[in-house]
Structure formats: structure tokens, C-alpha cells
Design a protein around this ligand. Structure first.
Ligand SMILES: O=C(O)C1=C[C@@H](OP(=O)(O)O)[C@@H](O)[C@H](O)C1
Ligand SMILES: C=C(OP(=O)(O)O)C(=O)O
Length: 416
């Protein structure tokens, strides 16, 4: 299936109410499953990944299929280790290529009974009943591959008989998501101490409290891209708060550099043009906000701004290898995304990528999406410069099922 997108003017105005954050929703659902009393979760994400999370927690099926949902898969691995009986946790072909060994090894050393059903270190998993889980409460874990493993362990930590002392080794990737986890745990009455590289969680009970999920800042990034490409702008995004636990809220200072002013009000944030010219050279380290790297690469290419990106170490193990996918798709519009040779790196400790060139839309490019929602949504804003095609457009359902309807509301034509 292919969608054709275009927009005849460069005006962006109106009010959108964005879906809830899938990261926050998936945490709130896991915490609710571990809490002895029920509570309400308002504005749960409409994301397929969140629907899966909710359905798989409630399921009594022996085989549970998390599809392409990474957080769902990782959080459920920890949760199912606590459950009686034996379950099989599986996912898409891509999920079977996304590593899980660090989490499985950590759970095994707590006493979990987990087997790999295909390739060592990767899904699918057979999770049996543990004889005793958590009699040992000290664990070291590599923090350099995915923060989701750490979040999964921290969320089950208070219900383990002796809690958990988790030592994080190596470079910590996506640290903002670990902080989000601890923030949510705190909201539900569980305290943790993070001192140096050790996080300690004593045995505690989650306290039931109704909760409202903040809107999704990663989803907001696509609207910030429209804002950056617009000539006239007055866009209200409802459901976003000024004090966010989402690392992707870094969009506010980032987009200031592109002349976008974010003004928080009672219901959300209003985007207007600040009057400042966009920067000609944009530099950012995405280690705390990896999910907006694709959006920012396309914003740079759309405006012809040179981008110097670092902190992209986790991108190759996400829904697709996002580095390769960006290289191929930006190449279709004569823009480039290339790894900087170490001798040109401003900081020898980091790996840099450079975005160069201004996207040329004259030949109605057809963008492939690689089973990655963020490839579809990051490239869609280019339709403000000319007609584009998006192949397999419905990948967006993973996190933002109403994405195309929201574009139509803003005046885009979406030919299905
Ligand atoms: O914990 C979470 O909700 C997430 C953590 C990040 O993953 P990594 O920690 O693997 O970078 C992020 O990319 C993902 O979309 C959601
Ligand atoms: C990486 C992502 O999700 P997950 O790891 O949960 O599949 C994402 O939504 O960009």
C-alpha cells in the first residue's frame, strides 16, 4: 500500500490533541499489573504497542506475541518471570533480531527460568516458573545497549523479596527513560536511590493512584517539523506539560534554534515563529532522545541546514537499522546522512553523523518505511515542499494511529 501526500500552502494552524506517550503508558500498565489495588489510567496511548501491552498482561494464552513492540517485549519479559506457569513470548522477525540477552542474563541471575527458543540472546523466549526469584538482590548490568532492560528490572524490583541493587556498567544510553521509570515509580509510592552508578530499590508496595498520561513528545516532533517548514504558524498541541519526564521534550530548546517558539499554556503548548532565522549549522547529541533523531535529520534536510549528530549508538537495533534507512531515504532526495571519519570528529570520544544537502522533491520521491513508524512520520512533513509517496504507510499505528488524520486536519491531502 502507498499513500500520496501533499499540501498546497505552507500554513500550519489549529489545535491537535496528541495521543498519550507510549513509553509512559506502558510503564503505567506494568505498574498497575504489579499493584495490589486497581487505579484509573487516563489518556492511555492509542498506540498499537500499548494496546498489545494491555492485552498481553491480561492474556492467559501460553504464547504471547508482542509483534514489533520493543518496550512491551522487554517489560513483559521481566513481568512474566514473576508469574506462575510457563509462557512463550515472541514477536516479529525484526523483534527476533533485537537483542534481549542482557536482560535475560540479569533475570536468570535473580533466579528466573528463561530459555531461548531460537537464537541465543534473542527472542522468542520460554519463560518458566522460577523456584525463587530475587533471593539474590545484587546485580550488575551493562547499560550500553538499551535502557529498556534497566527500566524492566527497576519496575519489578519493589515486589522482589529483597528488592534490588542494580549497578549500571559502561555508558548509560537513553538515561532519560530510566529517570522516567523512577519518576513513575515515585508517583506510585515507590522510592529508589540512585547513587553513582548504583540504583537501590527496597521491597515496597506500589500505591494505587489515578494517573493521567502526558501526550507523546516523540509524536509532537513531527508537528515541530511541520512548524519548521511552515511560512505561517500557529499550532496548539494539547496534552503536553512544561515539566516532562520524556527526554524528547528536548524539542523545545532544539526547535528554538529553528526559530520555533514553544509557549506552554493551560492545555498544552503553542508553537509560533519566534522571528529568529533558523540556524545554518545544527549540532545535537541524541543519547537522551534517540527517537527524535530521524525527525531532526529530515528537518535539517528539508531546510538545507547542516546537521552534526551524535549519540546515535542505539539506532541500529530499533524497529529497523535507522542509520541505514536514513542514508537510503535521504539519498532519494539528494540529501546525505554520512558517518564522519574519526579525524574530522570534534570530540574523539563520540561518533558523529553529518546531514547535508537540501531535499529536492521535484521527482515525487517514494519513501520506504522499513516496518518503522518513525520512518513514515519523519519523512511525511516533506510533503510541505512537494508531492511525496509513503510506502507501507500504516506502520504509524505502532505509536500514532491517527497520524494521517491529523495531517488532513492541518490541510494535507492524503490519497489512500
Ligand atoms: O523505555 C522506553 O520507553 C524507551 C526507551 C528507548 O529505547 P532504548 O533504551 O533501547 O534506547 C526508546 O528508544 C524507546 O522508543 C522507548
Ligand atoms: C524504539 C522504539 O520503540 P520500541 O523499542 O519500544 O520498539 C520507538 O518507538 O522508536
Amino acid at each position: 500500500m502507498t499513500y500520496q501526500l501533499n499540501k498546497t500552502d505552507r500554513k500550519i494552524s489549529g489545535t491537535l490533541s496528541l495521543t498519550g506517550s507510549k513509553s509512559i503508558s506502558n510503564r503505567a500498565l506494568l505498574i498497575r499489573a504489579l499493584c495490589e489495588e486497581p487505579f484509573e489510567i487516563n489518556r492511555l496511548a492509542a498506540a498499537n504497542d500499548t494496546e498489545l501491552m494491555e492485552a498481553l498482561i491480561a492474556s492467559s494464552d501460553e504464547v504471547r506475541d508482542a509483534g514489533p513492540a520493543g518496550t512491551t517485549f522487554r517489560f513483559l519479559t521481566a513481568y512474566l518471570s514473576l508469574q506462575p506457569g510457563t509462557q512463550i513470548l515472541t514477536g516479529t522477525e525484526r523483534m527476533k533480531q533485537r537483542p534481549i540477552g542482557v536482560l535475560v542474563e540479569a533475570l536468570r541471575s535473580l533466579g528466573a527460568n528463561i530459555e531461548y527458543l531460537e537464537k541465543d540472546g534473542y527472542p522468542p523466549l520460554k519463560i518458566g516458573e522460577a523456584e525463587t526469584l530475587g533471593s539474590n538482590n545484587q546485580l550488575s548490568i551493562s547499560a550500553a545497549t538499551s535502557s529498556q532492560y534497566i527500566s524492566a528490572l527497576l519496575m519489578i524490583a519493589p515486589v522482589l523479596p529483597n528488592g534490588l541493587e542494580l549497578t549500571l556498567e559502561g555508558n548509560i544510553v537513553s538515561r532519560s527513560y530510566i529517570e522516567m521509570t523512577l519518576g513513575l515509580m515515585r508517583y506510585f509510592g515507590v522510592t529508589a536511590e540512585w547513587d553513582g552508578n548504583t540504583v537501590k530499590v527496597a521491597p515496597q508496595k506500589y500505591q494505587a493512584r489515578d494517573f493521567t498520561v502526558e501526550a507523546d513528545w516523540s509524536a509532537a516532533s513531527y508537528h515541530y517539523a511541520l512548524a519548521a517548514f511552515a511560512d505561517e504558524l500557529d499550532l496548539q498541541l494539547d496534552g503536553l506539560f512544561p515539566e516532562s519526564t520524556q527526554g524528547d521534550a528536548a524539542l523545545v530548546p532544539i526547535m528554538e534554534q529553528f526559530g520555533i517558539q514553544s509557549t506552554f499554556n493551560e492545555t498544552g503548548v503553542r508553537l509560533t515563529k519566534s522571528g529568529k532565522e533558523p540556524t545554518q549549522m545544527f549540532e545535537w547529541d541524541f543519547i537522551l532522545c534517540p527517537d527524535i533523531a530521524q525527525t531532526m535529520a529530515v528537518i535539517c534536510a528539508g531546510l538545507g541546514v547542516q546537521g552534526l549528530f551524535s549519540g546515535l549508538e542505539t539506532l541500529s537495533i530499533k524497529e529497523t537499522d535507522r542509520i541505514k534507512a536514513l542514508q537510503v531515504e535521504l539519498g532519494k532526495v539528494q540529501a546525505y546522512f554520512s558517518k564522519l571519519p574519526p579525524r574530522f570528529s570534534p570530540n574523539s570520544q563520540k561518533q558523529y553523523f553529518m546531514v547535508e544537502g537540501k531535499a529536492d522533491l521535484t521527482n515525487t520521491p517514494a519513501f520506504d518505511t522499513y516496518e518503522d513508524h518513525r520512518m513514515a512520520m519523519a519523512f511525511a512533513p516533506l510533503a510541505m515542499y512537494g508531492t511525496i509517496l509513503i510506502n507501507e504507510p500504516m506502520v504509524v499505528e505502532k505509536s500514532y494511529p491517527h497520524f494521517y488524520e491529523d495531517l488532513e486536519f492541518l490541510g494535507f491531502t492524503v490519497k489512500r
